[in-house]
Design a protein around this ligand. Sequence first.
Ligand SMILES: Cc1cc2nc3c(=O)[nH]c(=O)nc-3n(C[C@H](O)[C@H](O)[C@H](O)COP(=O)(O)O)c2cc1C
Length: 158
Amino acid sequence: MNSDAKKQALRQITYGLYIVTSQSGDMVVAGTVNWLSQASFDPPLVMMGAKADSGLHTAMGNSGVCAINFLSADQQDVAQDFFKPTNVDGNKINGHAFTTGSTGSPILDDVYAYLECKVSDNVALGDHTVFVAEVVDAGHRREDKPLEMWPTNWFYGG
Ligand SMILES: Cc1cc2nc3c(=O)[nH]c(=O)nc-3n(C[C@H](O)[C@H](O)[C@H](O)COP(=O)(O)O)c2cc1C
């Protein structure tokens, strides 16, 4: 296999950008991810690739819950804030206010939609683990357009 062709072809997969959060005991974690998709209608499942050595992986693995926060197209700056390690200060994570959702996962105040999920299974075969999670709660606060990966010129894939 030509490794450059593999990298470039894998980068043609289209993605959105989401802030995934989880809380396990005192450990609150939030990170921007793009390896995320719906995976079943019934039950409603999503799947996500989580970096094996990340805080998100630890918190989701231990708590079995997470929330997916949907950014709008004009919130690229918010996505940027969640590439950094998680810092919780009062009711803010990385400078953004949140409330705790029904699964115990943080829901950011400035997102237009969110899903709360319970982890059903995981597949740990590479440097990321595929978590499969069932949607158990959801919010849709207003109509908006989601933040997509391609126009940002960011890449996480290849
Ligand atoms: C453009 C971009 C996309 C990312 N997508 C993912 C992803 O799909 N899954 C993931 O686990 N980490 C992803 N990351 C890395 C996380 O954002 C980063 O590991 C996390 O916010 C920091 O958490 P940590 O300190 O626990 O590692 C991505 C990073 C960038 C720059």
